[in-house]
Design a binder for this molecule. Sequence first.
Ligand code: NAI
Length: 209
Amino acid sequence: MADKEISLAVIKRLPKYYRNLAELMENRVERISSKELSERMQVTASQIRQDLNNFGGFGQQGYGYNVEYLYHEIGKILGLTRTYYMIIIGSGNLGQALANYTDFEKNGFVLKNMFDQNPELIGKKIRGIEILDAAKLTQYLKVHSVDIAAITIPKENAPEVALELVKGGVKAIWNFAPTDLHLPEGVKVENVHLADNLMRLSYSLKCEE
Ligand code: NAI
C-alpha cells in the first residue's frame, strides 16, 4: 500500500474513523452503511467513500462496512498494530495529567518513564511510573529504546531538550511547549497547542456577534 500517495487531509481524518468504529464495536454494531457512518461522523457519505477508497474501499454494495474489519484495517494504516514506548519530559501539571490518562495505552502507547529537573519531583511515581532526573536523559537513551517523547516543559528549555532527544535516537516528538522546534529532517513532530483551538473558538464567537 503506497501511503505516500494518500493526502495528509485523509490521514488526519483516520483517527476520527478509528474512534467512531471503536465506539460502534463497544455497542456491538457489526456493520454500518456509509450514510449511517457519515451521520455519526458529521461528514458526507461521499467523503467517507472517497476517503476509504484511498485504501481499497473496504465497503460492499448493499452491505456497507464491516465495523470490526474496518477498525482493524484503519488501525493497520495508522500503525497501531505495535507497541510504542514513550517518555515524558517535564513532570509538572501537564506532564502528570498526560501520565494519568490511561487510554493512550489501549492504542499501544506505553509510557515507560518521566523526567524532570526539579529535585522534589525526581524519584516520585505517577501511576507507578517513575520520574527520573533529566540530567540523566542522554544516558537513559543509550540503554532504552524510545519511540515517542512528549515535551511538557517551559518553551525556553524545549529546543535544547528536543535536540538532546533527537541525538539520543528519538524519531518522534509530541510537543506541547508553545514554540516551534527546528529539528533535523526525518524527525516527526506533532505540535499540540490548545490555545490555538481556543482562539479559533473566540473567532467563531466573534463572527456571531
Ligand atoms: P509546570 O511548571 O507545572 O511543569 C513544567 C515542568 O517542567 C516542571 O516540573 C519543571 O521542573 C520541568 N522542567 C523545566 N525544564 C526542564 C528540563 N529542561 N528538563 C526536564 N524538566 C524540566 O508547567 P505545565 O503547566 O505543566 O506546562 C508545561 C508546558 O506545557 C509549558 O511549556 C506550557 O506552556 C505548556 N502547555 C501547553 C499546553 C498546550 O495546549 N500545548 C497546555 C498547557 C501547558
